[in-house]
Design a protein around this ligand. Sequence first.
Ligand code: SF4
Length: 239
Amino acid sequence: MSTWNPWRGCHRKSEGCEHCYIFRANDRKKIDTNIVYKTEEFDKPIQKDSKGNYKIKSGQMVYLCFNADFLVEDADEWRSEVWEMIRIRKDLTFMFLTKRIERFNIGLPEDFDGNFNHVIVCCTIENQERADERLPIFKALPIKHKMITIQPMLEKIDISKYLDDDIEYVIVGGESGKDVRPLDYEWVLDIRRQCIEANVSFDFRQLGSIFIKDGKIYNVKRQLLCSQARKADIDYIKQ
Ligand code: SF4
């Protein structure tokens, strides 16, 4: 596993961004998240050591832009260069999340279709409006590996009409931190039901810091958010 942040910084895009952990972490350090800048690891996948070997060893999953949005507007001029580095490293798997799937074609190589099957794209949604806005666009794109991330999940959402063989995984989670919006377990179970009916893999990634189960409200410590979701043992693997 490796990370690659060719740029840092982002802008809030929609409701799910309200308590963005990147903004929160940067605010504490007095860093302005709205300034998007290229980093010193811009060319990390093609950096080599003194023996001429790639520093990122073959076969790894590379989490791309997990400190920004890969499709953020400010990075448009840099993105085609990043795609070319991804093309070179076909021995790696790259994954990124985005709330800007409508911008996917900006900077995209003309021969993307069929030549970038080592890239996993996660379209992030948070409510019904964003699902109906983003998922039709996502479904129409020639991406080999597609996942839907519903995090933070802000309300009950019906995504059943978007679920078929085209979607490899649906990941659900709540919001973490102080004064966040609650996650109702009923919403999670409802997405799980939709996934099972469509035979799409489902992953309950984390509770919310405010979590509702059977009508009762719980305040969950940050360190328990993921482990409690695992304990629920409701993940589903496509049959
Ligand atoms: S798009 Fe992602 S990184 Fe950017 S502000 Fe929203 S949640 Fe944060």
